[in-house]
Design a protein around this ligand. Structure first.
Ligand code: GLC
Ligand code: CA
Length: 585
């Protein structure tokens, strides 16, 4: 590709892909947002499962890291069939994680430290323990209680076949039939669940469902949260008539997607009748209006596995959400031409609707990027890794992960970090089947290894039981012994450690205002296929994705480089798999 492809039509300088924004815009436009996965961050009471008091006690770590906000994955009442993404009560904290008072304490401590707090909203489905689903089971077909979900009669002579051929994203049928044994019901209707059988999908054409979630938004806004991450934001509305679809349903595997523009990464989203329907946008317009009633720049970020990027941009039009996760970037892997293309396309589509671009490499649903990038194919995206699979090259993975992160943090926009990546944590790639909990593992008979390997409790102290995650040393998933080397305490204050690299990058990003800066390709590298070189103000970000060193501009001052401790200092050349930030005038 040439550097000029995919650039916005209204920019006059052919190398510019994004113009700087105002430095005094709302906080979320350039925020670095750190994802806390509550069950694995820090355990306060010693039962082996992370909790809200555990998080509160460790908020200092995040303030010292230099992030702007924390996003908390679900901590609501839930039977934990999908680690809390199966919500039984949207207005209460699960006893596993604490109480509403614990939440208020977390929020006020975070605000004291200058950290915003974003919570997770799961509107596509509830838990089957939710009072609505229980009521639906107690009332006959056609009742208003059933109409909150997608109950249908089956096909076949006796309704013995599912209403359509949709597959669950976790594997197996997307429909479950009611039975006297399991549900105490003998009418034989089926209900839709795009995910686990314990996660029935809501019917978003029902005004009662819409009213309920507006009220849930207000409940948390009134408590003082700064925003919401909206789960499966592309899935809530289904095509009318729920037509059959033969396509492949997946969020996180590398399957080829359809409909992407030439050269755009594919396999990040779905085009089926259950995804990305026009009707979802009306919901977000309503929610935006609710948020706009509140002061303090509250925000919405979409989890929408949608492609191409121009479809994703529709979620962040001025009267809808504020941001959407950029999964196209996450999915691109270690491929300079492809990454340049995604970077340019990301700015083009987001700028066209006035939204900030976001960047993300890891979260609780994907193999950690320090491990993905150490695979023989560093652009592959397996759904989990087990001991019998190819094991990533840990050192190469870490080297590339640090380089990838330094590229990401040098780009204007908003950045999402996943807990533990600031320690350079690899995936747990050898979890035994007996300890796995991800429903995707069970629903595919282990073919999909699932997401447990990126959800292992964090190592805080190298020499404490459970690496200091829990006062008793208990951890709900085992930690690899090799994680002693990654513990926060052994990296704290150590020059060149991954933790200090993140801190330095976040400090510089703030002082140089990189988040609200502009982005222009550096012409000196126009002919270097393995290099991504972006000029952002007086900082030049140069990432060398190849294995051969490349020359750096003469006289450039190196502000920060991603090389591993023990690497020679970056001078006139940038080694392979390394990113540097340079001062240029
Ligand atoms: C989202 C969450 C994922 C969850 C799924 C169902 O993709 O990130 O963890 O399993 O939705 O709620
Ligand atoms: Ca606990």
């Amino acid at each position: 590709m040439t550097l000029l492809e995919n650039r916005p039509a209204d920019l006059t300088d052919p190398l510019v892909v994004h113009e700087p924004g105002p430095a005094d815009g709302p906080w979320w436009r350039d925020a670095v947002i750190y994802q806390v996965y509550p069950r694995s961050f820090a355990d306060g009471n010693g039962d082996g499962i992370g909790d809200l008091p555990g998080i509160t006690a460790r908020l200092d770590h995040l303030a010292a890291l230099g992030v702007d906000a924390v996003w908390l994955s679900p901590f609501y009442r839930s039977p934990q069939a999908d680690a809390g993404y199966d919500v039984a009560d949207y207005r209460d904290v699960d006893p596993l994680f604490g109480t509403l008072e614990d939440f208020d304490a977390l929020l006020s401590r975070a605000h004291e430290l200058g950290l915003r707090v974003v919570v997770d909203l799961v509107p596509n489905h509830t838990s089957d323990d939710h009072v609505w689903f229980q009521e639906a089971l107690r009332t006959p077909p056609g009742s208003p209680e059933r109409a909150r979900y997608l109950f249908r009669d089956g096909r076949g002579e006796h309704g013995e076949l599912p209403p359509n051929n949709w597959q669950s994203i976790f594997g197996g049928d997307a429909w479950t039939r009611l039975t006297p044994e399991k549900h105490g019901v003998d009418d034989g209707q089926w209900y839709l669940h795009l995910f686990d059988t314990r996660q029935p999908d809501l019917d978003w054409t029902n005004p009662e469902v819409r009213a309920e979630f507006e009220d849930v938004l207000r409940f948390w806004l009134d408590r003082g949260v700064d925003g919401f991450r909206v789960d499966v934001a592309h899935g809530m509305v289904k095509a009318e008539g729920l037509p059959d679809w033969d396509g492949h349903v997946a969020m996180i595997d590398g399957a080829e997607g359809e409909g992407a523009a030439d050269g755009e990464p594919t396999g990040v989203g779905n085009q089926g009748p259950m995804f990305d329907q026009d009707g979802v946008h009306e919901i977000y317009r309503t929610w935006r209006a609710v948020l706009d009633e509140y002061d303090g720049d509250r925000m919405l970020v979409a989890e929408a596995w949608v492609e191409p990027l121009s479809r994703l941009a529709r979620y962040v039009r001025p009267d809808e959400m504020h941001q959407a996760f950029n999964f196209a970037f996450l999915a691109t892997g270690w491929d300079a031409p492809a990454l340049r293309k995604v970077v340019a396309a990301s700015y083009a589509v987001n700028d066209s609707v006035g939204a900030p671009t976001t960047w993300v490499l890891s979260n609780h649903d994907v193999v950690r990027h320090a491990s993905r990038l150490g695979l023989t194919d560093p652009s592959s995206r397996p759904n989990g890794i087990a001991a019998e699979d190819e094991q990533p090259d840990e050192e190469l993975g870490l080297r590339r992960a640090r380089a990838a992160t330094l590229l990401l943090l040098g780009l204007p926009g908003s950045a999402y970090l996943y807990q533990g990546e600031e320690l350079g944590l690899p995936e747990h790639t050898a979890l035994p089947a007996e300890v796995r909990e991800d429903p995707a593992f069970f629903r595919t008979n282990g073919v999909e290894r699932g997401r447990d390997g990126c959800r292992v409790p964090l190592p805080w102290q190298a020499d404490a039981p459970g690496f200091g995650y829990s006062p008793t040393g208990d951890t709900w998933l085992p930690q690899p012994a090799s994680w002693a080397a990654y513990a926060a305490d052994v990296q704290d204050g150590v020059p060149g450690s991954t933790l200090e690299l993140y801190r330095a990058a976040l400090r510089l990003r703030r002082s140089e205002r990189l988040g609200t800066g502009g982005a222009a390709w550096e012409p000196a590298y126009a002919d270097a296929p393995e290099v991504i070189a972006v000029r952002n103000g007086s900082v030049l970000v140069v990432a060398n994705l190849g294995s051969v060193p490349v020359a750096l501009p003469e006289g450039a001052e190196v502000l920060l480089a991603s090389g591993l401790p023990g690497d020679a200092e970056v001078g006139t050349e940038l080694p392979g798999d390394t990113t540097a930030w340079l001062r240029v005038r």
